[in-house]
Design a protein around this ligand. Structure first.
Ligand code: ADP
Ligand code: MG
Length: 635
């Protein structure tokens, strides 16, 4: 085993690793067995990597091309050993990989973790605990490794008690690959057991293509059937199924196997919501297995967050996170793509240029959208999906013009039908409830759900019982600017342009409105004069039932929500003047009509400012507004 060690140094773990170790040891107590899944998963990855590297250089196998993972235990010593003959690590790699957490965003992620155990266990799951999970069951871990193709003298030994520091030393090592020895804690001795280990391997690693082997010790027997001392022979038995899951026929794979495989691929603890497994033959040949996770990864909104599928070419692992095969708005989808046609030498750069990639991408996009459509039949599961990934899917219509209608069918909204903040109504639901004569789908965008729900613009719609979509996510106005119609019905922003209820309004109603407009011509003129270029236009309206006034934007103008977002991002936008609409039935408007001089100007100003506030807008001079309002109140 270990011969003369030299160049030994003791180093501190990166702060984030210390935090992670601490959290893990304290919060994953009820789920300790996952350490084995993580170590096997790493061993399998290492074998995949060696197989890929050896495509160009057979010598890397060092004469041992039968890739495998071996698990041994020693109940007396209280150890479990997990060994692979994969790619191994150099000294620098050991220090980097087993001393830090490389993924970006980790620091911020760890800061989000609270002390609350349950919650942390879930959050840690999102993160993929990996190698460090060894310390859930071990109070000391020894890793011996050597990079495939390196000299025997370039072995490395890494040791740690998981308490803030680790030691690395150079060692002589005969074989390439990695061996991890766990010195089990007093209360984790149960894992040094043949039966326990075997059942865990089957539970977690059946789907891994690399064989996981365990020793079976047999003793020869004499004529009387007694075991002969010293006659032990060890045969290695493959414990897992050891075929890549996606290669097997669908009908033979159980749900539990699909779920276990998901956890391996997605580094997730929790079950996926659904999956779709397809073998495609013909011009393009590939197999895909796509999953919808139940929870968002911590880097969902990060620019360089991990996304995409695990790519294989003819069963050979090529890369993780191949993001070229799915659009950005489906970046939450996890899974595997195994292509027959791509070259084994394919790289990220080559993928960008390969026309086959685009074809596979559009096919996988359709698959993923169909999978979501199917999921939508299960209301509860779909709601979980929507609450988790809905705002990512909302990026879809802008990114993927061709699939706009399909994506629209998958969207969920809050609407005046339920007046609930939960986004759970589909456009199909809306269309089904449309009024006789209604030709459009109405919506309103505001900064928050409550602002949307109580906007004055909804008054006429509520009065007539016409449903309006209540949009308040940051992305909503952007979304609506790319969605023009659904099921042949145009979308209309109720806060923009002329109010047109189409055939919902009778001829008589329209005539009455015109008459009112005539009767108020004089008032409208006076208000316009008083407000000057604060407003683009003044009108009387029949939008309102309870409010005296509202502001409206021209039809093709950017909405208030998008303006605020862009301004907050430092964009300078040309000023737009709103249209002020007055409710002729309202007492305050009546009072305005009777007012003269300064009182008239002040009241007109107050009505305008109120309408802007109701829209979630900011006044240039709020103090002046308060002063005017107080003057009116005390008059
Ligand atoms: P992850 O597998 O998500 O990258 P881990 O904590 O499990 O995170 O492992 C960290 C890194 O350590 C791996 O990415 C890999 O580079 C290295 N590593 C871990 N185990 C092995 C192994 N058995 N052989 C080679 N490299 C390994
Ligand atoms: Mg890992």
């Amino acid at each position: 085993m270990t011969t003369a060690t030299h160049h030994e140094e003791t180093l501190g773990f990166q702060t984030e690793v210390k935090q992670l170790l601490h959290l893990m040891i304290h919060s994953l107590y009820s789920n300790r067995e996952i350490f084995l899944r993580e170590l096997i998963s790493n061993g399998a990855d290492a074998c995949d990597k060696l197989r890929y590297a050896a495509l160009d250089n057979d010598a890397l196998y060092e004469g041992d091309s039968e890739l495998r993972i071996e698990i041994e235990h020693d109940a007396e010593a209280g150890t479990v050993t997990v060994r692979d003959n994969g790619v191994g690590m150099s000294r620098d790699e050991v220090i980097e990989n087993l001393g830090t957490i490389a993924r970006s965003g980790t620091a911020e992620f760890l800061q989000q973790l609270s002390g609350e155990q349950q919650k942390d266990a879930r959050l840690i799951g999102q993160f993929g605990v990996g190698f460090y999970s060894s310390f859930i069951v071990a109070d000391e871990v020894t890793v011996r490794t050597r990079k495939a193709g390196s000299d025997k003298s370039e072995g490395v030994e890494w040791r740690s008690k998981g308490e803030g520091e680790f030691t690395v030393a150079d060692v002589e090592r005969e074989t390439h690959g990695t061996e991890i020895v766990l010195h089990l804690k007093e209360d984790a001795q149960e894992f040094a057991d043949d039966f326990r280990l075997k059942s865990l391997v089957r539970k977690y690693s059946d789907h891994i293509e690399v064989p996981v082997r365990m020793p079976r010790v047999e003793k020869a027997r004499d004529e009387d059937g007694n075991e002969i001392e010293g006659s032990e022979t060890v045969t290695w038995e493959t414990v897992n199924e050891a075929t890549a899951l996606w290669v097997r026929p669908k009908g033979e794979i159980s749900d539990d196997e699909y779920k276990a495989f998901y956890k391996h691929v997605a580094h997730d603890f929790a079950d996926p919501l659904t999956w779709s497994h397809n073998k495609v033959e013909g011009k393009l040949e590939y197999t895909s297995l796509l999953y919808v996770p139940g929870r968002a990864p911590f880097d969902l909104y990060e620019r360089d967050g991990a996304r995409g599928v695990k790519l294989y070419v003819q069963r050979v692992f090529i890369m993780d996170d191949a993001e070229q095969f799915l659009p950005l708005y489906l970046r939450f989808i996890k899974g595997v793509l195994d292509s027959r046609d791509l070259s084994l030498n394919v790289s990220r750069e080559l993928l960008q240029k390969d026309p086959q990639v685009d074809k596979i991408k559009s096919a996988l996009t359709k698959r993923a959208l169909d999978m979501l459509k199917k999921l939508a039949k299960d209301k509860e599961a779909y709601q979980t999906f929507w609450n988790t990934f809905g705002s990512v899917l909302k990026e879809g219509p802008a990114e993927d013009f061709a699939n706009r209608e399909k994506i629209a069918g998958l969207l969920r909204f809050s609407t005046t039908h339920t007046d609930s903040a939960t986004q759970d109504q589909s456009l199909a639901d809306y269309v089904e409830r449309m009024q006789e004569g209604q030709q459009k789908i109405y919506y309103i965008v505001a900064d928050g759900f409550n602002a949307a729900k109580s906007s004055p613009h909804l008054e006429i719609f509520r009065k007539k019982g016409i449903e309006v979509l209540l949009l308040s996510d940051r992305i909503d106005e952007w979304l609506m600017s790319h969605l023009h119609e659904y099921d042949g019905k145009a979308f209309v922003d109720v806060a923009k342009g002329e109010l047109d209820l189409g055939e919902i309004e009778g001829e008589e109603e329209k005539q009455a409105q015109e008459e009112t407009a005539k009767a108020k011509e004089d008032l409208v003129k006076r208000v316009k004069e008083a407000l000057g270029d604060e407003v683009q236009e003044v009108k009387v309206t029949h939008r309102l039932t309870d409010s005296p006034a509202c502001v409206v934007l021209p039809e093709h103008e950017m909405g208030f929500q998008m303006r605020r977002i862009m301004e907050a991002a430092g964009q300078k936008l040309p000023e737009v003047k709103p249209i002020l609409e007055l409710n002729p039935e309202h007492a305050l408007v009546g009072r305005l009509e009777g007012a003269e001089g300064d009182a008239f100007g002040d009241l007109a100003r107050v009505l305008l400012d109120q309408a802007i506030i109701a829209e979630g807008g900011h006044l240039d001079d709020p103090a002046a507004y308060v002063k005017r309002l107080n003057a009116l109140l005390s008059a």
